[in-house]
Ligand binder design. Structure first.
Ligand code: COA
Length: 323
């Protein structure tokens, strides 16, 4: 993937928001219907509970509205809506069209499916639109995996859940936040994680685990190379929230202490496109990121896709947001 050319107009995140359905399903709840245990799930994945329910449109509208409110941006001035999702509510139209209407946006809107890497794909895409003249973009990552999960299959039912996270990106004069990025896919690995239309998720957990660590490390290393930074300069890594052991293994290989990783999967499970914005928002809400800090986002998912981005939080200090 190319490095960012000089003098490209950048962007900064000026608002964020999240949404989780109210219904909580704990590991103990799953013990009632599956041959599993809270102990096994926590030990193998780190997950203790997850939220299930709602629709992709409903959750997107909730997180998107919060992000817009926080940024103070008039919805009518948003130039594009990118909705990363692998579980749209309908085949046609795209869920983003309905979200656009519900939020009062007057702009182009499209769904983007890169599975669990979708939010980072969307963020990079949004920066491309900003480089081409857009000024304000809403990027949402939402998935409602509960609808495509076989709740009788203990291989997958312990992992997947529902949620949404959103950010508002605003153009700035100058460098902006994004310093380096990488997008990847390997279609030859699609058989390890897939869901046919109308069907449930099928997964070879061991193979996905093995590949996940490798492709996260590979993608993150490329992004850091493009950004011209090293792992020890990364203040916060926001990984896809699939499994704590995957995060641990990837951090070990990257040389980033696990204490610098943002994790919410203990309470959210794997929410696919929503997982990175949920973890990012949690870290921001808990003041884990200061102006100037380097933040590494890194995801992987079905495809198998991978995506990463290095952001300098706040962007250039002298960069006025364009009106
Ligand atoms: N509860 C209890 N026992 C279970 C179980 C469950 N939910 N699932 C499997 N087991 C059993 C297996 O039958 C096996 O028993 P055995 O040793 O008697 O044969 C044992 O636990 C170990 O199973 P294994 O499949 O080797 O476990 P694992 O350590 O690989 O963990 C996953 C399984 C799914 C948690 C793990 O492989 C994983 O997280 N993979 C990545 C999945 C992922 O991230 N997918 C989304 C990508 S976006």
């Amino acid at each position: 993937m190319p490095t960012i050319p000089p003098n490209v107009r950048g962007a900064v995140i000026t608002g964020w928001g999240t949404a989780l359905p109210p219904k909580v399903l704990t590991n103990h709840d799953l013990e009632q219907t599956l041959d599993t245990s809270d102990h096994w799930i926590v030990e193998r994945t780190g997950i203790r509970e997850r939220h299930v329910g709602g629709t992709t449109v409903g959750l997107s509208v909730e997180s998107g509205r919060k992000a817009l409110d926080m940024s103070g941006v008039d919805p009518a001035t948003i130039d594009a809506l990118v909705l990363a999702t692998t579980t749209p509510d309908r085949t046609v139209p795209a869920s983003s069209a309905t979200v656009q209407k519900e939020l009062g946006l007057r702009c182009g809107a499209f769904d983007l499916n890169a599975a669990c890497s979708g939010f980072v794909y969307g963020l990079v895409q949004a920066h491309g639109l900003i480089a081409m003249g857009a000024k304000k973009i809403l990027v949402i990552g939402t998935d409602t995996l509960a609808r495509i999960t076989d709740w009788d299959d203990r291989n997958t039912a312990i992992l997947f859940a529902d949620g949404s996270g959103a950010v508002v990106l605003e153009a700035v004069e100058g460098e902006g936040q994004l310093l380096g990025w990488d997008l990847d896919a390997d279609g030859s690995a699609e058989r390890f994680l897939y869901s046919d239309i109308g069907g449930f998720i099928h997964m070879d957990g061991k193979e996905v685990f093995r590949r996940a660590v490798r492709i996260m490390v590979d993608s993150a290393t490329k992004s850091m190379g493009h950004a011209g930074c090293t792992a020890d300069e990364i203040k916060l890594v926001v990984p896809h929230q699939a499994n704590l052991r995957i995060i641990q293994a990837a951090c070990d290989r990257l040389g980033i202490p696990i204490e610098r990783a943002a994790t919410v999967l203990q309470h959210t499970g794997n929410t696919s496109s929503a997982s990175i914005p949920l973890a990012l928002a949690d870290a921001l809400d808990n003041s884990r990121v200061q102006q100037g800090d380097l933040v590494l986002l890194v995801g992987f998912g079905a495809g198998m896709t991978a995506a990463s981005a290095v952001l300098r939080w706040g962007g250039s200090t002298d960069a006025p947001v364009m009106m």
